[in-house]
Design a protein around this ligand. Structure first.
Ligand code: SF4
Length: 138
């Protein structure tokens, strides 16, 4: 997070290794669908921690190993204001599921998908067809 010396605005930057297919939809749509969390979540946390008088000036994902034209994906303050209600609804559903002991799987076993670096893949139910089918409906 970068807080401006003006004491009025802050930005949130999230560094990623490379840009994979999951980012194709763009940060606004992913945040709206509850599929990208870091920038929106930290924007919310930072705004509350900094207190009154601070405004979110935007955030970005920075893909360190990508070519220059693919290195940046941003979320403007206007985009965040627009998608915030749906993001918060999705976040609430997830928190309620966790509190209720429900941990549905969300397999992404393509190239660079999160299953490729998951430490639980040998125990995961993703290879159990009925579990995978149920999870796809959530
Ligand atoms: S292997 Fe299973 S637990 Fe791990 S990321 Fe994939 S779906 Fe989730």
């Amino acid at each position: 997070m970068d807080a401006g010396e003006d004491g009025a605005t802050f930005r949130v930057s999230d560094y990623k290794t490379r840009r994979s297919g999951r980012w194709r939809k763009g940060l606004e749509r992913l945040a709206s669908d509850g599929e990208a969390h870091q920038v929106p979540f930290y924007a919310e946390l930072a705004g509350r921690a900094l207190g009154d008088g601070w405004d979110f000036a935007g955030g970005e994902l920075l893909f360190l190993e990508s070519d220059d034209e693919d290195r940046l994906m941003d979320l403007s303050p206007e985009q965040w204001a627009k998608v915030r209600p749906s993001f918060m609804r999705s976040l609430t559903e997830k928190v309620e599921a966790i509190a209720g002991g429900r941990f549905p799987i969300h397999p992404d076993d393509g190239d660079h998908g999160h299953c490729s670096w998951c430490g639980f893949s040998t125990l995961c139910r993703k290879s159990h067809a009925p579990s995978r089918s149920r999870a796809a409906k959530i």
